[in-house]
Design a binder for this molecule. Structure first.
Ligand SMILES: *[C@@H]1O[C@H](CO)[C@@H](O)[C@H](O)[C@H]1NC(C)=O
Ligand SMILES: *[C@@H]1O[C@H](CO)[C@@H](O)[C@H](O)[C@H]1NC(C)=O
Ligand SMILES: *[C@@H]1O[C@H](CO)[C@@H](O)[C@H](O)[C@H]1NC(C)=O
Ligand SMILES: *[C@@H]1O[C@H](CO)[C@@H](O)[C@H](O)[C@H]1NC(C)=O
Ligand SMILES: *[C@@H]1O[C@H](CO)[C@@H](O)[C@H](O)[C@H]1NC(C)=O
Ligand SMILES: *[C@@H]1O[C@H](CO)[C@@H](O)[C@H](O)[C@H]1NC(C)=O
Length: 400
């Protein structure tokens, strides 16, 4: 405490010694960030996708994919430092996030790690993110936000797969790695467009998979079940998470909602996680999850109500996403303290995958009994949990 007061006084006396600092190792350090030599400047915090990639010694190209229903989505490819690659990996982020999810850990992030390991890395995006627009509507129009993960899985994902195949001329060579909603989207894609998935996809690797959601432990559920009337909720309020004093509140808040992590990555990761890569939370997406939770975990198409269900689906109940039909090997990777993708729900999902085409890994391994791995550790986790997660992904890729 005395040190903090002293440093604050010193700060007043001398001005900021490190005016560009934006990351500190502990929450307490943020109180003195501009005079604290334990803090540092991380250029990735404010960077775009190509900038982050080049900050870590690689370069990238991008492509705009336009869907038949009018969305244009920009996707990125890391230019491989190798002349031949081990095949393609296409990453898809979670709820309201763009593909920067897979770049949050700099040189150790999954996108950079797998590019340096010899894979042809593609970073996919979904409608609604900063890297999307619409031919007919702007983001101020309610109609822009009129979609669920159903449209992402039936339209956005196959369109991006088609683009990759067009560029690489390689079919059945793409592993899809998703985080949380990114997996809901690949399950929708591969269960509704089975032949397209079979032809082009080699396997699905699902980090913190969400599908048959029911036993969710997160208090977020109360928000989820009460959203009405607005097309989306902005996440601009995350700004308070970038520095003291708000950052302490966000540390506690995120761990309460997602499940506590040990070791806790939030103090160092909150600035980058909350500064870039967050789009709005889309009401229809959240309502679709709420319908699944209210429906005791039945993974089904969007429920439009009795009459519209009848005219859209020919039945009063929305159809199921039949995950048994997913034609490629699916690897589920779950974490022991994830409050969103919880083990009993993943057990249901696992039981509804074709028995010869499924694997389920849990992290951490028993050797690390004190370690708590939670929902976001898949993209922001500290060293040891990250290594455990990568070793499971490597096993799924056959690249150990
Ligand atoms: C894709 O579209 C966006 C928005 O119009 C634009 O900023 C970007 O440069 C385009 N990228 C490519 C590769 O054409
Ligand atoms: C196609 O994929 C194989 C690996 O599965 C790789 O060796 C080859 O370089 C790829 N070809 C192209 C044109 O990317
Ligand atoms: C990457 O991870 C290693 C240990 O696994 C660590 O020593 C290093 O500091 C990390 N680098 C970055 C940029 O986070
Ligand atoms: C959303 O799309 C449905 C058709 O899928 C349409 O009936 C409805 O009017 C649309 N709502 C808005 C706000 O565009
Ligand atoms: C599968 O995806 C392709 C590419 O987007 C699309 O042309 C085709 O209509 C889809 N098929 C089904 C059954 O959804
Ligand atoms: C479609 O709409 C109804 C009405 O909300 C909903 O309860 C149901 O689950 C779906 N089918 C029904 C109800 O018959």
């Amino acid at each position: 405490m005395k040190t903090i007061i002293f440093l604050c006084l010193l700060n007043y006396a001398l001005g900021d010694l490190y005016p560009n600092n934006n990351v500190c190792p502990t929450i307490l350090d943020y109180n003195t960030i501009y005079v604290n030599d334990r803090c540092w400047y991380d250029p990735d915090v404010t960077a775009s996708v190509p900038e982050i990639i080049s900050n870590h010694g690689l370069s990238s190209t991008s492509y705009n994919v336009t869907t038949w229903d009018g969305y244009t989505i920009e996707i990125f490819r890391i230019i491989s430092p190798f002349t031949t690659t081990k095949g393609s990996i296409l990453f898809f982020p979670g709820l309201s996030r763009d593909c920067r999810s897979f770049l949050l850990q700099g040189a150790n992030s999954s996108a950079i790690y797998y590019a340096n390991k010899g894979w042809d890395v593609w970073l996919g995006n979904l409608r609604g993110s900063e890297y999307s627009s619409n031919i007919h509507f702007t983001k101020d129009d309610d109609a822009f936000w009129n979609y669920s993960f159903h449209e992402m899985g039936t339209i956005d994902m196959p369109s991006q797969v088609d683009k990759i195949v067009e560029i690489t001329q390689n079919t059945s060579d793409i592993y899809i790695i998703g985080h949380t909603m990114g997996n809901t989207v690949s399950f929708v894609y591969c269960s509704t467009n089975v032949s397209h998935c079979q032809k082009n996809v080699k396997g699905i690797i699902a980090l913190a998979p969400t599908a048959n959601m029911f036993m969710i432990k997160s208090p977020l559920i109360y928000l989820i079940l009460n959203l009405k009337g607005v097309p989306k909720i902005s996440t601009d309020f995350f700004e308070i998470c970038q520095n003291a004093p708000g950052i302490g509140l966000c540390d506690v808040g995120f761990q309460t909602i997602l499940g506590p992590s040990n070791p806790n990555p939030f103090p160092q990761m909150l600035p980058i996680f909350t500064h870039t890569g967050n789009g709005a939370l889309v009401t229809k997406v959240i309502n679709h999850y709420a319908q699944i939770i209210n429906g005791l975990g039945k993974f089904r198409w969007y429920d439009y109500g009795f009459l519209e269900n009848l005219s859209r689906y020919g039945t009063s109940d929305p159809p199921f996403y039949v995950t048994l039909k997913i034609p490629v090997h699916t690897t589920l990777i779950s974490a022991n303290n994830d409050f969103i993708a919880v083990e009993p729900d993943i057990e249901v999902l696992y039981s509804l995958l074709e028995p010869t085409k499924r694997t389920w890994f849990k992290v951490p391994e028993n050797s690390a009994p004190d370690m708590l791995i939670s929902h976001l550790d898949f993209v922001i986790g500290a060293d040891v949990p990250r290594q455990q997660i990568y070793s499971k992904i490597n096993a799924a890729l056959g690249d150990e």
